[in-house]
Design a protein around this ligand. Structure first.
Ligand code: FMN
Length: 190
């Protein structure tokens, strides 16, 4: 496990909301451990360690989604409880992600390529038919937090929805039961 830091998010919310813009061109430097930690914490971090509640809401507090981080260093899974990265692969798979995103080339070199994937988890029989929808809604909560955190840290970021989920699932080692829903790229800007 690689422990993460967390750069403070001190920009006023209104400023971050007004500043957020999709940015697809990044400086080549990797994100710092504190920047990476702040982005992943904003997306899925723990805010109540007693109850295990996270920064984003979740229907029935089921938290069906997992965030994977693709960097030049390899592939990682974000562990919210430990606020750490579990390494899953040593190779740089960002070019594979870019290919799965119909050749959106900037993804191959974006310092951070995060993928939100979800596992369909029926909460109760009553909720069953809506749990896939909830998983997608929750990915949206996480993604917007990530994008606002990037704006607050003066980083560039963009959400990516155009990809082949089959290619991502097969080639990138995402858990077989998981559906990739959203990709978020981030990096430093000039
Ligand atoms: C669901 C969704 C999917 C998107 N997919 C892509 C994408 O595949 N590639 C891309 O470059 N931008 C993508 N975007 C970003 C939009 O192009 C962008 O939000 C839009 O042009 C408005 O610009 P703004 O984000 O700077 O306000 C996506 C945005 C959303 C909400």
């Amino acid at each position: 496990m690689k422990p993460l830091g967390r750069q403070p998010l001190s920009m006023p919310l209104g400023e971050a909301l007004a500043k957020r813009r999709s940015i697809r061109s990044f400086l080549p430097r990797p994100l710092t451990n504190d920047e990476l930690g702040a982005l992943l914490w904003a997306a899925q971090g723990i805010t109540d360690s007693t109850l295990g509640l996270r920064v984003t809401p979740s229907s029935g507090a089921a938290y069906p989604n997992t965030i994977y981080a693709f960097t030049a260093e390899g592939v990682f899974r974000y562990d919210p409880a430990a606020h750490a990265l579990e390494k899953l692969a040593d190779d740089d798979r960002r070019p594979l992600v870019a290919a799965a995103c119909h050749g959106q080339r900037f993804i191959a070199t974006a310092p951070l390529v995060a993928a939100i994937a979800g596992e369909h988890k029926p909460i109760t029989p009553d909720f069953d038919d809506r749990s896939t929808l909830y998983m997608i809604l929750e990915a949206g909560h996480a993604a917007q937090n990530f994008l606002l955190a990037a704006a607050a840290l003066n980083l560039g970021a963009v959400p990516i929805g155009a990809f082949s989920d089959e290619t991502l699932t097969q080639n990138l080692g995402l858990g077989g039961a998981q559906t990739p829903m959203y990709i978020l790229c981030a990096g430093a800007i000039g």
